[in-house]
Design a protein. Sequence first.
Length: 356
Amino acid sequence: MKEYRITLLKGDGIGPEIVNEAVKVLNRAAQKHHFCVRYEEADLGGIAIDKTGVPLPQETVDKCKSADAVLLGAVGGPKWDNQPGSNRPEAGLLGIRGALGLFANLRPAVIFEPLRASSPLKEEIIGEAMDIMVVRELTGGIYFGERGRCEKNGVPAAYDTELYTVPEIERIARVAFELAMKRSKRLCSVDKANVLESSRLWRETVVRVAKEYPEVELNHLYVDNCAMQLVRNPKQFDVIVTSNMFGDILSDEASMISGSIGMLASASLAEGKFGLYEPIHGSAPDIAGQGIANPLATILSVAMMLRYSFDQKEAAEDIERAVGAVLKDNRTPDIYTPGTNRVTCAQMGDLVCQAL
Ligand code: NAD
């Protein structure tokens, strides 16, 4: 029987509650689809600061590196707000992404049929179904380029630099083309090639990589146009690939179309099959410990783990189907609508297990 080793970084706030439900669902999926999962826990964020003084202890990095995949809850909270920037829980998050070489961030924006009314967009704009995958480059570009303070024309100024190398663009492009091949074979590359030299290199490189994937229909959009098109006609998109900063903004925009932060999963992938999987929301300190958090984003992150790190496509689809089925009648408070059952975090986990 196949065995997978997962390091759990439960983190702070609602992190432990939601990860526990995701583990329940993963264990049920493992039983049904005949594979075995072994877990190891490590500390990240505020809990790691409390125990060791730093948000990312070396032991955590080592435990993640020795696993097949990592499942993260969320980090941060008011208790650690007075820590200096480099020692805040969120610094641990950036640190672990860097330490694990996670260069590709996958953010699906999907609307589950029972939650269509939660979308801020009109029904006719969403259409039958919306299923967009935003692929964001995660370790290059302006967030990692040279920056500083200076003077210009005798007044104080500051600068940040957008820099991409050809290999960086090629590898993120390949991730996106591979995904497109497994989906509808359509890829939209987003840049600002009418203004930025780094975007012109981005576009040239994506066009060159496209030759390796003749079946994929590639088009290009400027980022400002893409931001508009996402709310005007989201159905036109399947896979979108873009740089770190554009992806940061567009993936948030795309995911909000689905209506609820408690439903949104993500994957951050390294070379090979290794990945870190996490919900996109934070540690929700306002509801932590009350047992009312929505665990579905974390459960859907586990489905992504099964698909992208373990090649367990059927188990992944099974979990997604179970989530869709449970949502027809059951809701945690964040997505509650009258006429449905209001359930707790643990009940939602149990219901997904039963539906599996
Ligand atoms: P948040 O995502 O934690 O919460 C925003 C709002 O959404 C809150 O009202 C919260 O109750 C609600 N919410 C979030 N997830 C939910 C869920 N699963 N079920 C039900 N409701 C949910 O964002 P915030 O309040 O800006 O940040 C809180 C802390 O989380 C901060 O310390 C922040 O730095 C941190 N944070 C961490 C991550 C991460 O770990 N990846 C991401 C974002 C924010």
